[in-house]
Every structure is written in C-alpha cells, then in structure tokens.
Design a protein around this ligand. Structure first.
Ligand SMILES: Cc1cc2nc3c(=O)[nH]c(=O)nc-3n(C[C@H](O)[C@H](O)[C@H](O)COP(=O)(O)OP(=O)(O)OC[C@H]3O[C@@H](n4cnc5c(N)ncnc54)[C@H](O)[C@@H]3O)c2cc1C
Length: 396
C-alpha cells in the first residue's frame, strides 16, 4: 500500500512538472493528436506533452517495456489514469492501434509481428484503421466477402470495406478477409495486416449528414500482402476478430473520457439555462427529475466500471457485467446529450449559428455524433442479443 502511495506521489509530481498548462484543458476534437506517418501538432506544447508521455511509455502504460510501453501493473495504470483526470491532462495520443489493435496483437501476434508493430504504435508513428464491415456484412460480420487468395509467397486481396473510420488518413489497416470461400462462414476468415501504401488500396471518404468526412469506403484491387502479415492461424481470424472486438467495446465504454465534452458540469449548465429559485433549486421540475435520473445512472456506470475492474483483478467472473458496459455507457451518453439540448432550449438547436456560443453549437454536433456510439463496435440490438444469451441464458 505504501509503495502505491509513493507511486501516486511520483506520478502526481511528474505530471505537475511535465504536463504543460495548455494540455490541462478539456480536449477539443481539432486538437487531438492522432498517430501517423503524417502526424501533426497544433502547437508546441502538444508536441512536448506527446513526446514526454511517449518517452515514459505512458502512451501505452501497461504494455511491456521491451516494446516501448510503460510496463505498469493494472493498479499503477489506474493511478496514472486517476491522476491525469484529477489534473485535467489531455490524452497524449489517439489511435485505434493503441485502443484495439495493439492489445489484440500482443495476445495473438508472433514475436516478429510484435517487434515490428507495437513500438511504432506506442510512439505514434503509424495510424491504424479497422477493415471489418462491408456493404453486406455489419452485424452479420461473418458474411464478409473480401477475398484473399493464396499466391504462394503472398496473398492477393480483392474486395471492399465500409465505414472505415479515417481510412484515408491511416497508414495501415487490419482486415478480416475470406481465405476459404468453401468453409462454413466463420471458419474461412483470416486476419491480415495491410499497408495502405501498397498499390491497389484506396480509401475514399464519404460525406456524413453533419458535413464531416470521417468514414471511407476502402477498395482493394489486386493488393499484394506478404504472408508474414497474417495474424493468428490461417482461417482462424475469427478468434483474433473476437478478441479485438472485446477491446473495441471496452474502448467504447470509456469513450466519453477521450472525446470532446460539453464545457462545464451539467448541473451548472442546467442552473445557468433553466434558472433556480431562491434556495438554489432548479425551477423546472421536469429537467430536475431527468437530471437526477442521469446523475444516478452515470454514477451507477462509474461504480459498475470500478466493480468490474476489481473483479478482474481478483480473477473473479464478472457474471455478465462486462458485456453490459458498452450498452449502458453509450446509452447513458445519448440520454445526457438529449437532456443537454432540452436544457438549452432554442439555443440548442443549431450547429452553425454564429449568434450562438461555441459550446451551444458544439452540443448539437456532439448530440448528432454520439448517435454513432450505439452502432459502432456492434449495435445496441446486437449487444442486447449477446447479453440475453450469454449473461441471462435466455433462449435465442
Ligand atoms: C462511428 C462508427 C465508426 C465505425 N468505424 C468502423 C471501422 O472503422 N471499421 C469497420 O469495419 N466498421 C466500422 N463501423 C461499422 C460498424 O461496425 C457497423 O455499422 C455495425 O457493425 C453495424 O453494421 P451495419 O451498419 O451494417 O448495420 P446492420 O448490420 O445492417 O444493422 C441495421 C439494423 O438492424 C439491426 N440488426 C441487425 N441484425 C440484428 C439482429 N440479429 N438482431 C437485432 N437487430 C439486428 C441493427 O441493430 C441495426 O439497427 C463504424 C460504425 C460507426 C457508427
């Protein structure tokens, strides 16, 4: 215990001395530092902060030191997370390689693959994209058709992937491909790593309802991929895919801590817009009860996360709690977004109105964007099917 207290003190001191003041502000989408060959920094402080965290291995705190990670135990990483939160430090690096692909590669990759890819992820040198979904394979992912033919020393890839987040800005993509078209659906799939600089790969941005271009349709036209880029066994990519989805859902359940947030505390916002009586109580009873419900659910989510973490640490079964986390936290985030807009009233109805404050315009954008969180990484309906089957043992 004493050593943990000492560790906490060291972390706090280090953060105090190394996190520039400007990097202790709530994160803004345009100021996130994404990994990549073309990585860029919006200001000197963000570069400094990124480099200091990278050199400590704290961009990936629990990953082994031999691959550049921080080598922290889960308890130490939790302390780091808590201290960063207490000081308001921004995440130093963004990349789905860090959140999803890296952990799966540490589990399933060969030593050669880990040595090639993990240090680059820790150092933010390569930006990764996810090539799972296809035009006819989303919830029913195993229906995917992108073909990888065995050509002796390499695979030849043909097909298309959908909804590739930031595909046009990514350097590499991890993909599920069909290597045996005659095997039962889940058994003919392999997990391949593809360098997007290869000839024949093309990620084309698609325009979204809010005018952003966050997704791509990615095409593979006779793309050659060396055999060493196969992760896991041939035709057993489904095992790797499932492990990675577990990390993706974990990431989705903590999404609210890494994405842009509304400015300030929701209770304070409610007081400002709705008004209070002489004893400081919100005058609008409907907002008051919705706000209470939200605060209780958010607290329950937080405690469930802590309970889950403590159970995992002791090697206990979570009794299905882990399966529910993504569903609960993304649904609660959407309820909060709805509540914020109703609190703001007319001022919460536009995202490009120059007469409104930046925070008001952003609230609408966040509300629209966060709809995606109950789709990405497996829709809520699919999550509920899984919870029904695996946690509650209900019939299919
Ligand atoms: C923000 C965001 C980022 C994404 N990024 C990526 C990415 O980088 N790479 C990638 O590969 N994919 C990505 N996706 C795609 C995502 O994985 C799919 O959108 C998701 O799996 C759902 O598939 P679909 O869109 O084809 O919908 P469908 O599978 O066509 O589903 C349509 C509707 O039917 C419902 N439904 C389907 N089957 C069932 C069932 N058995 N029981 C009950 N209801 C059902 C669904 O819940 C949904 O409401 C992203 C999606 C979003 C929103």
């Amino acid at each position: 215990m004493a050593s943990m207290d000492a560790f906490r003190n060291n972390v706090r001191d280090w953060l105090e001395s190394n996190c520039p003041e400007s990097q202790r502000q709530p994160i803004i989408k345009d100021q996130q530092i994404w990994a990549g060959r073309n990585r860029s920094f919006y200001c000197y402080d963000s570069k400094l902060w990124f480099e200091r965290m990278r050199d400590k291995g704290w961009t990936a705190p629990t990953w082994p030191i031999e691959y550049g990670g921080g080598g922290l135990t889960p308890d130490q990483a939790k302390i780091l997370e808590q201290e960063m939160k207490a000081l308001g430090c921004r995440p130093a690096l963004y990349d789905i390689g860090l959140w999803m692909f890296g952990p799966a590669l540490l589990e399933y990759g060969t030593e050669e693959q880990k040595q090639e890819h993990i240090p680059k992820i820790v150092r933010g040198e390569i930006r990764w994209a996810q090539g799972y979904s296809e035009p006819s394979a989303g919830s029913d992912l195993a229906a995917l058709k992108t073909r990888a033919e065995d050509k002796g020393d390499h695979f030849l890839i043909n097909g298309t992937k959908m909804w590739t987040t930031q595909g046009d800005k990514s350097d590499w993509i991890f993909c599920l491909v069909r290597t045996d078209p005659d095997a039962p659906k889940q058994q003919g799939i392999s997990f391949l790593l593809i360098d997007m600089a290869n000839e024949g790969g093309d990620a084309r941005p698609m325009e979204l309802i809010n005018g952003d271009h966050e997704f791509c349709q990615t095409f593979f036209d006779d793309v050659k991929v060396p055999k060493k880029n196969l992760v896991g066994k041939l035709n057993d990519g489904w095992s790797v895919a499932k492990a990675l989805l577990k990390y993706e859902r974990n990431m989705m359940s903590i999404m609210s801590s890494i994405v842009e947030k509304e400015e300030g505390d929701i209770v304070e916002i409610a007081k400002r817009y709705v008004g209070t009586d002489s004893s400081g109580i919100l005058t609008n009873s409907s907002v008051r009860s919705q706000l209470s419900l939200h605060l209780m659910s958010a607290q329950a989510d937080l405690w469930s996360g802590i309970r889950l973490y403590e159970q995992h640490k002791k090697g206990l079964s979570d009794g299905g709690l882990g399966l529910t986390m993504k569903y609960m936290s993304t649904t609660e985030q959407q309820r909060k977004d709805e509540l914020l807009l109703s609190i703001m009233g007319n001022q919460g109805l536009s995202w490009q109105n120059q007469k409104l404050s930046e925070a008001e315009n952003k609230s609408v954008k966040n509300w629209a964007y966060n709809k995606a969180h109950t789709i990405a990484g497996g829709t809520s309906e699919i999550q509920l099917n899984i919870i029904a089957k695996k946690a509650l043992n209900l019939p299919s």
